[in-house]
Design a protein. Structure first.
Length: 216
C-alpha cells in the first residue's frame, strides 16, 4: 500500500514539477504563478478529500462520491476560469477533459479498469481487470510506466499535460509582465524628460495660445 501510494504521488507530482523545470528553461520565473488568480482553493482540497474517502472509507457509494468530486471541481473551475488568460484556460480544459475521461471509465464500470497485460509488464495490477464485459476499456489504465511500476490512463496523460502546461504558462507570464514594466521611451516623448525643454504637449499649447492672439 505504501509503495502504491508513493508511485501515485510521483505520477501526480511529476507533471507540475516538469512544468517548473520547463518554465525555468524557457526563461520564466516561479513568481509567475502569482499572476494567475486562484480563488476558492478550499474547493480543491474538498474534492481531494472526497476522492480519498472514495477509496479508503468503507461503505461509501463510489458513484455518488465521484459525482461529488466532479461537482466540486466544476464549481471551482466556474469560479476561476473566467479570470484566467486564454492559454491558461486551454490548459484547464485539458485537465477537465482528462478527469472527465477517467470519470466515464469509473462510472461505467464501478471501478477504474486496467489492462491485465499492461499491469503484468508494469508489475502492479490494481483496481478491476478489464474483460469482455468492460465498457470503454480504452479509457482505463492501459499505459504502463515500467520504471515506476505503475499504470496510467489516457485521461491521466491529459491531466498531466494540462498541469505541466499551466505551470509553464504562468511562469512565462511573469517574464512578459517584467518586460511590460520596462520603461520604453518613444522619440517624441524624450523632450518632456529634459529640464528646460518643453514637451510636445506644452509646445502645442503655446502654439494654440499664440494663434489665438494673432486672430482677433
Amino acid at each position: 500500500m505504501v509503495a502504491m501510494s508513493l508511485r501515485f504521488a510521483i505520477v501526480i507530482a511529476a507533471p507540475p514539477l516538469a512544468g517548473v523545470a520547463l518554465g525555468y528553461l524557457s526563461g520564466g520565473r516561479i513568481s509567475g504563478l502569482r499572476t494567475i488568480p486562484v480563488r476558492a482553493l478550499w474547493l480543491v482540497w474538498l474534492a481531494a478529500a472526497a476522492q480519498f474517502a472514495q477509496y479508503y472509507v468503507p461503505g461509501l457509494h463510489r458513484a455518488a462520491m465521484l459525482a461529488v468530486v466532479f461537482g466540486v471541481v466544476l464549481i471551482w473551475l466556474a469560479v476561476n476560469l473566467p479570470r484566467w488568460p486564454v492559454a491558461a484556460r486551454i490548459a484547464g480544459v485539458l485537465i477537465v477533459l482528462g478527469a472527465s475521461l477517467n470519470g466515464v471509465a469509473i462510472a461505467l464500470n464501478g471501478r477504474m479498469p486496467y489492462d491485465a497485460r499492461a499491469a503484468a509488464g508494469a508489475g502492479t495490477p490494481k483496481n478491476v481487470p478489464a474483460n469482455e464485459r468492460t465498457r470503454a476499456a480504452i479509457l482505463g489504465d492501459t499505459i504502463p510506466l515500467v520504471p515506476l511500476h505503475a499504470l496510467i490512463s489516457p485521461g491521466d496523460i491529459l491531466i498531466g499535460g494540462g498541469a505541466c502546461a499551466f505551470v509553464v504558462i504562468a511562469m512565462r507570464r511573469s517574464e512578459r509582465r517584467s518586460h511590460d514594466r520596462d520603461p520604453v521611451l518613444a522619440p517624441h516623448h524624450a523632450g518632456a524628460l529634459h529640464p528646460g525643454h518643453a514637451g510636445p504637449v506644452a509646445v502645442h499649447r503655446r502654439g494654440t495660445v499664440r494663434a489665438g492672439r494673432l486672430n482677433p
